[in-house]
Design a protein around this ligand. Sequence first.
Ligand code: CA
Length: 220
Amino acid sequence: MRLLLVEDDPMIGESVRQGLRQDGFTVDWTRDGTEAELALGSEPYALLLLDLGLPGKSGLDLLAGLRRRGNGIPVLVLTARDTVSDRVRGLDAGADDYLVKPFDLKELSARIRALLRRRAGRSRPQIVFGALTMDPVTHEAAYRGRPLVLSAREFMLLRALLEKPGSVLSRAQLEERMYGWDEEVESNAVEVHIHNLRKKLDAGFIRNVRGVGYMVVNVP
Ligand code: CA
C-alpha cells in the first residue's frame, strides 16, 4: 500500500515514515502542501496523511480542494491543533479521521488499516480470496490452510493484486504500489516476485494477461 505523508516537521516526518515502512507500507514524504497536490495528481496513493500547518498550501485548503474536485482518497489528519473547533473544521473539510500530536505510531498504523479496510468495504481485518488469507496486521498469509512464507515485497504485491480482485494491474501499476520515490526498482523486479509467488501458490492463481498485466484468479 502506497501512502503520501505531508508533514513539514522533519523529526515527526522521519519517524512516521520509518515506522510505517516497518509495518509494510510504501511511504512517500513531502514537506510542502503545493508539492503534495502535484504528487496526488500523479501517483496512485491509497491514503493521505496530512499535517494542517504546512508551507506552500495549508492542509485544510489542500483537503478542501481535493474534495471539491471529487477526489475521495481516505485522509487522516495529523495535527497539533486539538481544540474541538479545529477538529470539527478538519472533519467538515473532508477528513476521514484525526490524530492529535504527539501520537503513538502503533495507533497511527491501526487507524490507517481501519480506514483502508473501510474503503475496501471490509469490516474484518483479514483479506480472504479463494483459498488465500492474508493478515495485514501480522503479515501472515496462508494458502489452502498452509502458512506461506512471503518476503515483504511479495506480500505487498499480492496485497495490491487483491485490492480489486478480477481487475488487471500492469507491471507499472504494481511497481507504483510497491516502491516509493526514493527506492530503486530493478527492471524485472515484478516478474521475479510473480515467479516466486507462483511457486508458493497454485501456478494459475496469478494470471498473466498478455500485453496488459496480472490478475488473481480463484482457483477451485
Ligand atoms: Ca506543521
